[in-house]
Design a protein around this ligand. Structure first.
Ligand code: ADP
Ligand code: MG
Length: 593
């Protein structure tokens, strides 16, 4: 037999394997994602090279991945018909850490350790091939490169500082091209060698790998078989049956094993959006996010140039966290793929600002590394550009709903996500221009249907220069605010801000289409109708009364003034120009209570 050669791992690899084996990291299942993504890479390489050298793929035309789970023995075998490895490549790829991803992982791990962190980085990075040792204590890699006429077997064991390479000699194990990885699972993880579990993992992590992934599955079909005559039956009956040409049958299930295609090879986002139906988008939404209601809107787009990615975004029909919870940013709403391999759905404001965290969707990037981590995401220029484009598309989509003929859709949207957009006004100055047209409020002239700021502006009086609002805790109390009298008399429309967040949102916007927002409860409200003569006369007549009232009230008020802003109420309490409005004061009190 050909010799078995022993090699020592590069020191970093030993360290990495040590970490993996001793890791407390609970999400062991990532090993399958890593191995599938390597297989997919190997197939990609072969496909790419065969373009110029068709000889490479002549021995086995099918480019696929096959996963065989042997429950009894606790063994998983993963075979691909990709580019394979030569003997030297085995040493270079599986004995050293040359490539940048894993090296970065080790660096991050070191930084993390220095900072007193734990080992959970493995899940974020994915440690590539070596993640096999999360679940296996022995791994063999039997591989055949088209560049070599021999097939080689690499074998490594948990806890060992060396691995072996020998030539594959068993004729039964010879493959025309590609790589077969065999995982001998640790006793605690033999449960992974379950065809159904493997199927589930494949669906979850690699549903959209562009090569077919087959898993070995037990199947069954029902067939009818004739049953033997019941000896208890009389001969007479039997003859009757035969006379009518009838035979007794029963249904049995025939079981057999076969390869089953487990992934969808053409992800919907790679298809031409003109050829995908709304129902298909909706189904993808429901399937991907485990929803039973259809989304309110979807947007499918590709960006090219500086940064390349494809995406499908959705506006959900309801807010899953409840309408009031706008600060939950960890939603698992965006699934990030890199070249069709699922990377993560655990984002924290990297792809969308938190007020848009209700947007769901998939993003498939061509420019990010497969083992992209939270740290990389946060610092990446590519991600920053992606975020900008995603946010723009999300706004376009929401604007689309607001322009739809079906007013109910936007009412539904606003009911669920209005608070989010108002939070956006406060937190995202850069997008004020996109946010403002989406806002909706009740007003003195529209108490039952909310209006947009555009509708308000259209409805403005010729001489009106500002957008008036009053903040209160309900429409009823807003309506009865004495500040309103003069404005109603002049038929000036006043927005009713009745939700706690409204006032701060409007104040953040400051103006809309060059019209300032003005709080009608503030002391300097100027409706452009000052009559100096009249005011002077009133001051003369009631000045003493004002002084007397101020004396009586003392520190409870800042000042007592003559005003022309009321028409029937005798007096009104207003807020100082620079102070909090009464509404804000009420809110602040409620918060600190
Ligand atoms: P990465 O995939 O980030 O390069 P891995 O640790 O996952 O890192 O894999 C290391 C290297 O081993 C790969 O870059 C590749 O060259 C080689 N390799 C791993 N699996 C396969 C495979 N199934 N077929 C061919 N080469 C492979
Ligand atoms: Mg890899």
């Amino acid at each position: 037999p050909p010799p078995v050669e022993k090699y020592e791992y590069q020191a970093e690899v030993s360290r990495l394997m040590d970490l993996i084996v001793n890791s407390l990291y609970s999400n062991k299942e990532v090993f399958l994602r890593e191995l599938i993504s390597n297989a997919s890479d190997a197939l990609d390489k072969l496909r790419y090279l065969s373009v110029t050298d068709p000889e490479l793929s002549k021995d086995a035309a099918d480019l696929d991945i096959r996963i065989y789970a042997d429950k009894e023995n606790g063994v998983i075998t993963l075979t691909d018909s990709g580019i394979g490895m030569t003997r030297q490549e085995l040493v270079d790829c599986l004995g050293t850490i040359a490539q940048s991803g894993t090296a970065k992982f080790l660096q991050a791990l070191k930084d993390n350790k220095d900072a007193g962190g734990d080992n959970n980085l493995i899940g974020q990075f994915g440690v590539g091939f070596y993640s096999a040792f999360l679940v296996a204590d022995r791994v063999t890699v039997s591989t055949k490169s088209p560049k070599s006429d021999k097939q080689y077997v690499w074998e490594g064991e948990e806890g060992s500082s060396s691995y072996t390479i020998k030539e594959e000699t068993d004729p039964q194990l010879i493959i025309p091209r590609g790589t077969r990885i065999t995982l001998h699972l640790k006793p605690d993880y033999k449960g992974f060698a379950d065809p159904e579990r493997v199927q589930k993992l494949v669906k979850n992590y690699s549903q959209f790998v562009s090569f077919p992934i087959y898993t070995w599955q037990e199947k069954g079909y029902t067939k009818e078989v004739e049953v033997d005559d019941d000896p208890a039956e009389s001969k007479q009956d039997n003859q009757d049956d035969q006379a009518e040409g009838k035979k007794k049958t029963k249904k049995v299930v025939e079981r057999y094993w076969d390869w089953e295609l487990t992934n969808e090879t053409q992800p919907i986002w790679l298809r031409n959006s003109k050829e995908v139906t709304t129902e298909e988008y909706n189904e993808f939404y429901r399937k991907t996010f485990n929803e039973y209601l259809d989304p309110l809107a979807s947007s499918h787009f590709t960006t090219e140039g500086e940064v390349e990615f494809r995406s499908i975004l959705y506006v959900p029909p309801v807010s899953p966290m409840g309408k009031d919870d706008v600060v939950n940013q960890k939603t698992k709403n965006i699934r990030l793929y890199v070249k069709r391999v699922f990377i993560s759905d655990d984002f924290d404001g990297e792809l969308f600002p938190r007020y848009l965290s209700f947007i769901k969707g998939v993003v498939d990037s061509h420019d990010l590394p497969l083992n992209v981590s939270r740290e990389i995401l946060q610092e990446s220029r590519i991600v920053r550009i992606m975020k900008k484009r995603l946010v723009k598309k999300a706004f376009d989509m929401i604007l689309g709903i607001s322009l739809s003929e079906n007013r109910e859709d936007y009412e539904k949207f606003w009911d669920n996500f209005g608070k989010h957009l108002k939070l956006g006004c406060i937190e995202d100055r850069e997008n004020h221009k996109r946010l403002a047209p989406l806002l909706r409020f009740f007003s003195s002239q529209s108490e039952n249907d909310m209006i947009s700021l555009d509708e308000y502006v259209e409805n403005m009086k010729a001489e009106q220069k500002a957008i008036y609002y009053v903040a209160s805790d309900s429409i009823t109390s807003a309506k009865n605010a004495p500040f309103l009298e003069k404005l109603l008399e002049k038929e000036l429309e006043v927005l009713y801000l009745v939700e706690p967040i409204d006032e701060v949102a409007i104040q953040s916007l400051k103006s809309y289409k060059d019209k300032d927002f003005i709080d009608i409860s503030k002391e300097d409200l100027d409706l452009g109708d000052k009559n100096e003569e009249k005011e002077a006369a009133a001051k003369k007549e009631f000045g003493q009364a004002c002084d007397w009232i101020k004396k009586r009230l003392g520190d409870k008020v800042a000042s007592v003034q003559i005003s022309s802003r009321l028409s029937s109420s005798p007096c009104v309490l207003v807020s100082g120009k620079f102070g909090w409005s009464a509404n804000m004061e009420r809110l602040m009190k409620a918060q600190s209570a």
